[in-house]
Design a protein around this ligand. Sequence first.
Ligand code: SAM
Ligand code: SF4
Length: 424
Amino acid sequence: MNEYDSNRISDLMSSINYKKVSEIESADCFIFNTCHIREKATQKVYSDIGKIKKIFRNKKNKPIFILAGCVAQAESSIVFEKSDFVDIVVGPQAYHKLPTLIKNYEANEENISNTDLDVSDKFSSLENYKNSCSKISTFITIQEGCDKFCKFCVVPYTRGPEFSRNPDQILNEIKSLVKNGTKEITLLGQNVSGYKYHDINLSKLINLIASIQEIKRIRFTTSHPKDFDEDLINIFKYQEKLMPQLHLPVQSGSNKILELMNRKHTREFYLELIEKFKNARNSIEFSSDFIVGYPGETDKDFADTLDLIDQVKFSNSYSFIYSQRPGTPAVDYEQIPTEIAQNRLELLQKKLFDLQIKFNESKINTKSKVLLENITTKGDQFFGRNEHMQAVFVNGNNFIPGSIADVRIQSCNKNNLFGIISNN
Ligand code: SAM
Ligand code: SF4
């Protein structure tokens, strides 16, 4: 979502005649779009601001420095106390105001902080700016915010309540992306499976998008397991443009921990849901998010998580040590010693890594349909992704970006598949 937001910020900045530069020293404005989900990301922001400040220490003109995104939202004007280099602070639902905020700053040179949470205002304002992203595979935000309040998570506080965009607005934006060359759309939302605009739910929206001929592939992320209705399971049966890969975060395989996290689902519910998807489309593969070392997690709880992984056999996943986030309920709970959490993370990642390698290896000597995105810097190799989102490098250079090729997979490593065009 930050990638989508950054692209939109870039569109806004072009409208007031700012251009991207590749040399740090030649910039007269910096915008950091930040993530607050874990502590490490937040700390990195301040250390990176320090690096830019150092570069400009002896220069005559100080660039305008804008801190955008979820760190800006969470810290608001405290940012100015932590760094005197920052001039403007703007939250993730207020960045559409940047052209005005910059103008005001230039007129008065006084620090400005805007952390309004009116997301509807943002999207209707962004409609006035063409989305200039020209990637073959492009993200588009359709839903934002969260009302679930998992006890570890800052999202409900930094992105605000759940909001679904008007489908007409979404379709118009996708049509303009199609003109830029887009063939694959990934629909984004913190709770994308809960998308609802009057009588349009996510499955209806996917069908509307699928009717745009130039769009060849559709994906959506991130889903909450509790938000799937029958329509959204059944659409995997018939909508061929919807890819057979689903990111479905579970966080833990222990019912006790799921309850302590306020996840609103059990492991049994999750496993039943997985079966429903498999019944709808037997080629479907799953990825997930895991948190280890959550307050209260015992060896038995952790073993339940490993067991759930064995049952589902995720094709790839993200895993994190629980990170205490200010303002969330779990911050005050008794914490698990770091060493135990670290050991568990290593065990869990080894299991996930083994499954990922196994899945990649299962593709060797089979054919994958690969949406070709771009030629690599090697010059004689194309990059693309198959239906399961695996990165595929294809030998050759006379392909058309945006076309779908039959590729025979010859080898793999942990993250990538390698192959050649298959003629039979
Ligand atoms: N809405 C999605 C869901 O409920 O599954 C997740 C969105 S969240 C932005 C992305 C991931 O960050 C979560 O699935 C979780 O694994 C991780 N995460 C969130 N808060 C965290 C925390 N305090 N510590 C560690 N990981 C965290
Ligand atoms: Fe955070 Fe996802 Fe839980 Fe919402 S549902 S609070 S975004 S982890």
